[in-house]
Design a binder for this molecule. Structure first.
Ligand SMILES: [Zn+2]
Length: 190
């Protein structure tokens, strides 16, 4: 089952998501499958639960479309539950990021190249792992979602000003997109 993807401006994207317990979600694998299905239909490489309206610490990544570009992405299809960022190191580097909740906007974002992450997989197995390069990048983007942050927060005041109208349009549903989205309610005029 595919979920609609929540668009920029929805308060759920701004909430710090809560950790989940195994007993709370006995059907977590079904939820994970639905998230992958939603992500593939939108041609994304990552999707976080808040983006489908669920404020929980869960995100999925399938970066295998880019495995030829980066050795670290070979077979990189993973589910991250209750992730905690332990460390981010190295000199920040820029990469042109986009987001399924913010269609049609791509901007250079600076992030550290090496991260250390604690998380559980879909079988509730615990991992503590180091990721580098593009793998780290995709995780950092999705991790921001469960912290209530968006890549546009990281832009310079000038870039923010330049895309402000476009962001407002997105929240009103004024955007061309080929996957199902949910736009925050448009405020009625006075
Ligand atoms: Zn995103």
């Amino acid at each position: 089952m595919k979920y609609p993807i929540v668009a920029y401006g929805d308060p759920v994207l701004r909430k710090k998501a809560t950790a989940i317990e195994p007993d709370e979600y006995p059907h977590i694998k079904e939820l994970v499958d639905n998230m992958f299905e939603t992500m593939y239909a939108a041609h994304g490489v990552g999707l976080a639960a808040p983006q489908v309206g669920m404020s929980m610490r869960l995100f999925v990544i399938d970066a295998t479309p880019f495995e030829d570009d980066d050795e670290g992405l070979k077979g990189f299809k993973k589910t991250f539950i209750n992730a905690t960022m332990l460390d981010e190191t190295g000199e920040e580097w820029a990469f042109n990021e986009g987001c399924l909740s913010i269609p049609d906007i791509r901007e250079d974002v600076y992030r550290c190249p090496v991260i250390r992450l604690s998380y559980y997989d879909e079988n509730w197995k615990h991992h503590e792992e180091t990721f580098k390069g593009m793998a780290a990048r995709v995780i950092q983007h999705e991790y921001d979602h469960i912290e209530g942050k968006l890549f546009t927060d990281k832009l310079s005041p000038l870039r923010k000003r330049l895309i402000e109208k476009k962001l407002n349009d997105i929240s009103k549903g004024i955007v061309d997109v080929d996957y199902k989205m949910k736009f925050p309610a448009v405020k009625k005029g006075r």
